[in-house]
Write a protein that binds this ligand. Sequence first.
Ligand code: PEP
Ligand code: MN
Length: 322
Amino acid sequence: VENKDQIETIAEGVKSSGATMLRGGAYKPRTSPYSFQGLRSKGIELLSETRNKTGLPIVTEIMSADKIDEFIENVDIIQVGARNMQNFELLKVLGQTKKPILLKRGLANKIEEWLMSAEYIMAEGNPNVILCERGIRTFETMTRNTLDLSVIPLVKRLSHLPIVIDPSHATGHRELVESMTLAAIAAGADGLIIEVHNNPEKALCDGEQSLHPSEFADLMKVKNNKLGKDIKIEIYTPKEKLEYKVFSSYVIEPEDYAIKSNIVTEDAMESYIKTMLDRSTILYNIVPSKLDRVITLSTCDNTGNNRILVHGVYIGGEKYEE
Ligand code: PEP
Ligand code: MN
C-alpha cells in the first residue's frame, strides 16, 4: 500500500477481473531497515477505506502482538508472514482471536514445522487457519524462491486446512506467475495470492513480481479459458447472430453511478457510456474505436439478487462501419 489512489485503482481493477479479496502490506518486514517499511497504521486505514468502497475483504500482515487490537478492529484476514511463522508468542495471541489467519510457510521451514505453527494457533481456540506456500529457499538463484507445489497434495493428505499459493513471492518474476498459477490450480490449490501494481516499474516494493491490472485481467481470462469458462454473449437480431467476448463484468452496488444516474436523459446516458469506456481503458488497456462494436449489458447473476454490468467486444466477424 503506497497511497490512496494507487490502492483504490488496483482494488477496482482486480475486482472487475474477478478477484475476491484485497491483500496489501501496511506493516512490512523488509530485509533492509533502509527499504520502504510500509505506511503502518495509515496503510491499514487506506486498506479499510478501500474495502468500504469496493466491498473486497482485506488481508494484511501483522508483525507484532502489540498491534492486535488494530488488526481485530480493521482487518478481515490477518497474515503471518514467512519471517514470523515461528514467532510462537504471536501465534498464541492470534489463536485467542476468531479471525481467519493466513499462515505463510517460512523461508526454510519443513512442512511439519509449518503444520505445528498452525497447531499453535488452533490449540488456543482459533480453528480458522489458511496455509500459504510462498516458495522456500534452495540453492537456486534464478528464481526468488523455489515454489514447492508438492505441498498441495501433501497438505491435503495431512490436514483439513485450506491451502493457497503465492506464485508472486515464490518466483519473484512476473513472467513466471501465469504458469505457476495454472499449475497450482491443477494441483488442487484452494486459492491464490497474486501481486498486482498499477505501475510495477515504480513500485516501492516487489515490482519485479507484480502484474499490471491489465495483465491480471489477462491471467484471469487465461485461467477461465483453460478451465473451460470462457464467457461469450450471443445477441440475436432479426438478421444475424452477433457474438461478443466478455472482457469485464462487475456487480453494481445500489449506490453505484449506474443506478443513481437512472439514465433518463440523453446527457446522463452519454456520460454513463463515457464512464464505461474510461473504465475499459484504465483497467484493460482497451481503447475501443468508433469502428468497434462494444456492448455494455445490465443483467443479473444466477441468484437473481445482484445486478451485474457486462462489457464485451464483438468477435463475430468484420468490424462495423457506421
Ligand atoms: C508479503 O506477503 O508481502 C510478504 C512479505 O511475503 P512473505 O512473508 O511470504 O515473504
Ligand atoms: Mn510483497
